[in-house]
Design a protein around this ligand. Structure first.
Ligand code: FMN
Length: 736
């Protein structure tokens, strides 16, 4: 429900909200400009009587004095029967400059408040403020859910660049936006008298006055006791009219003063309701609080960017959800596919499964997990494909699944297979699929296949699962997922270094030149995107539709693209790459991997890798121009054969880009693995981690698991755990 509230008013009202926000940004600067133009108020003699006395001496035709919220004192007076106004210096009472209310400010305010449409415009602006409040609150709720709960609201944002920008800006601006939109609604409601603003009618004019000679203004006691900062307006009695009075408006109330005795004749304090209204007005406009106005302006400035990123994210998720062809009704289908997705990618996999089962003659019904029915009359098999979000929670289209499962009629006749999509960089990998698995297990649902998992939308893993499905069904299934791939760019091999042949681990460091891209390509976004070490390059070998991903050992700044590739027996892509000779060209695309790179800052970095896992780590060291402490723990087979980057590492040590190098070799006497050297270096590691170190691990899954266990032992005396570091974003893995 809250998501719908975020989406629909978001789309409809985004134009209005962006307009209000932008005009608000412009207005937000005015109090600071106004304040900057106000002369300093003297430390002493700032009572209204003294200041008014000086002004009256300088302006014989004085009519009234106003003090603006930013502290400017303005004298309104008559000269040669002409009304005039001047900005005055409160210290001397002399004119500084003629005062003219800014036409631009007036115009901008009318635009912001009413779009020049009178009451209709005011109502529209109020609706805009309400839409902004709904968007902000629903967005806050969605962010908390995505991050894994309110307690993790401020933790590192995840997802694509656009998703992270949206969330980061939202977290920065949320308080300001709530304040601006809430106060905007309040002011609109008060304008239409739906809620009171407490503005009373002026106090009753005194019935009788003394009528004697006028007392000089600087001797009037109530004005002597009133600080200038509290003054709003002082109107002088009409010259020569003994029945007139001084009319005073202050921050706390309004009153009339006898011009001859200086006595306060009537005083009407502001009501509490009026004070609330005025505070709210001040919080909305920043009048008198220029710094608040600027902060609110900054918060508003994020709105157009959030509207843009929000709409693009919504559009991408929509586009990512493909149309399911020949979708059968739930009760007519023999195969049910239920999908748990938030970003849309799981739908692409579901469609591949749907299409191949349909082609094989099945009647397939594909639907979100939230639409689980209490029964499926004709189903023989059910497939549940689900992602995980937040901190191991359900994605949007599966939020109600477990509750609906409660309402399912008994044990079904069909068999079920669960496929969990997730990312191993999260502490709770594919946790929601595991929860679904456990719930089905406890209800005794029969399995077609054991629950399986896909890391980072790996097409290869999915196709492997597809073969398991075909086997379990005893059918020929042409189940090959062809992901929608980004634009590819030509990379030409410039050089290669070969290692490891002697120890049965043929590994090459391949360096490619980057394609030239003209200005037009850059403007139109057709140029190869910039990349960092740790991002991935996708390469599709000839004869395949499926990309293989390699971690980048260089960043675009290095002017080349470098990867480390081990030749796998029968490996289609690694075989293809190992055959390349300088001058050969491959087609490739970049896939960002922003969670796998050293966190910003100066904290030490611990790099752990084995075999080709050193690739991105070498890239991080090469880019360590600021000589931040970096410690490498590297595992290989034999220093004589597969000590990748040996010369570079020595040079980087000399250049202080690398602080410490520990290597382990498994095919030599006294063999050791990377886990062993981690345990041996426990004390240094504990100290580094206590100093806020960030840990990056790259290599095979079993090595990563071994490293995790070794670090668990190393950290045991400190009470810290790798899982905690992972949750804090201080421990990241790039594992294959
Ligand atoms: C904000 C966010 C939180 C995530 N949380 C987890 C998690 O806790 N565990 C996990 O295994 N994957 C997590 N993922 C990864 C997604 O489950 C994975 O990318 C999945 O393939 C996305 O599928 P979808 O595009 O259909 O939503 C998270 C992704 C994002 C963007």
């Amino acid at each position: 429900m809250l998501r719908q509230l975020h989406k629909y008013p978001g789309l409809i009202a985004s134009l209005l909200v962006v307009f209000l926000a932008l005009s608000g940004v412009i207005l937000s600067v005015l109090p600071a400009l106004d304040r900057a133009g106000a002369p300093a108020v003297p430390a002493t003699g700032t009572d209204v009587a003294t200041v008014a006395g000086k002004i009256a001496a300088n302006f014989p035709g004085i009519e009234h004095i106003t003090r603006t919220p930013s502290g400017k004192v303005i004298a309104f007076y008559y000269k040669n029967d002409q009304p005039m106004s001047s900005l005055v210096d409160p210290a001397t009472g002399k004119a500084i400059a003629p005062y003219d209310r800014s036409k631009f400010e007036h115009w901008m305010k009318s635009l912001h408040r009413s779009l020049f449409l009178g009451d209709k415009g005011r109502i529209t602006a109020g609706v805009g403020a309400a839409a902004m409040l709904i968007l902000t609150l629903s967005g806050l709720w969605m962010t908390a859910r995505r991050m894994g709960g309110w307690s993790k609201l401020l933790s590192k944002s995840r997802g694509t660049k656009m998703q992270r920008l949206h969330v980061d800006l939202a977290r920065l601006a949320v308080v300001g936006l709530i304040l601006s939109s809430f106060t905007g609604i309040y002011i609109t409601l008060a304008t239409f008298e739906i809620i009171p603003d407490g503005m009373a009618t002026p106090p009753a004019f005194p019935e009788s006055v003394n009528g004697g000679a006028t007392m000089p203004v600087d001797q009037i006691a109530p004005l002597k006791n009133l600080d200038l900062s509290q003054l709003r307006e002082l109107v002088f009695p009409y010259p020569g009219d003994p029945t007139d009075v001084y009319t005073l408006a202050t921050d706390t109330g309004d009153g009339y003063i006898d011009q001859s005795t200086g006595e306060m004749l009537t005083w009407q304090p502001h009501s509490a309701v009026q004070q609330v209204y005025e505070t709210i007005y001040m919080l909305h406009t920043g009048k008198g609080l220029w710094w608040l106005a600027l902060l609110l302006g900054l918060a508003s400035a994020t709105v157009p960017v959030m509207a843009f990123t929000g709409i693009v994210m919504w559009w991408r998720a929509r586009k990512g959800r493909p149309r399911i062809r020949a979708n059968q009704g739930a009760q007519a289908a023999d195969t049910i596919i239920l999908v748990g997705s938030e970003g849309g990618s799981t739908w692409g996999f579901a469609r591949t499964l749907h299409d191949s089962l349909t082609k094989a003659g099945h009647k397939v019904h594909t639907a979100p997990m939230n639409s689980l029915k209490p029964a499926y009359r004709k189903a023989g098999n059910m497939f549940i494909l689900t992602a995980t979000y937040g901190d191991g929670e359900a994605p949007q289209s599966a939020k109600n699944f477990l509750a609906r499962l409660e309402a399912f009629n008994g044990k079904p006749d069909f068999k079920v297979a669960v496929l969990g999509f997730g990312d191993r960089q999260f502490p709770k990998f594919a946790q929601f699929a595991r929860d679904v698995d456990a719930a089905l297990e406890s209800r005794g649902w029969e399995r077609l296949l054991d629950t399986d998992f896909i890391d980072r939308q790996s097409t290869q893993e999915f196709n492997r699962w597809g073969r398991d499905v075909a086997k379990a069904l005893g059918e020929e299934l042409a189940l090959e997922h062809v992901p929608v791939l980004p634009r590819r760019h030509p990379l030409t091999l410039v050089s290669r270094e070969d290692y490891g042949a002697e120890v049965q681990a043929p590994t090459s460091i391949l360096r490619f030149s980057l394609p030239e891209s003209g200005l037009l390509a850059r403007i139109t976004g057709r140029a190869m995107p910039k990349f960092e070490a740790g991002d991935l390059v996708g390469i599709i070998p000839p004869g395949s539709n499926v990309p293989r991903y390699y971690s980048l050992a260089s960043s675009a700044k290095d002017g080349m693209l470098e990867i480390c590739v081990k030749k796998h027996p029968g490996g289609q892509c690694s075989g293809y790459l190992h055959e390349l000779q300088p001058g050969d060209t491959v087609q490739a695309f970049i896939r960002p991997n922003p969670d796998f790179r050293p966190a910003k800052g100066k904290a030490p970095v611990i790099l752990i890798g084995a075999g080709t896992g050193i690739g991105p780590l070498a890239g991080f060291i090469r880019g360590n121009d600021k000589a931040r402490p970096m410690h490498l723990y590297f595992g290989a087979r034999d220093p004589k054969s597969d000590f990748l980057y040996r010369n570079d590492l020595e040079q980087w040590l000399a250049e202080r880009k690398l602080t410490g190098l520990n290597a382990a070799f498994s095919r030599v006497e006294n063999r050791s693995y990377v886990q062993d050297i981690i345990k041996q270096d426990a004390e240094t590691l504990r100290e580094l981690i206590n100093n806020g170190a960030h840990i990056l691990v790259c290599g095979g899954r079993s090595m990563a698991n071994g490293v995790m266990e070794a670090l668990e032992q190393v950290l045991a005396p400190t009470g810290l755990e790798p899982a905690t570091l992972k949750a804090q974003g201080r421990y990241a893995e790039d594992v294959y």
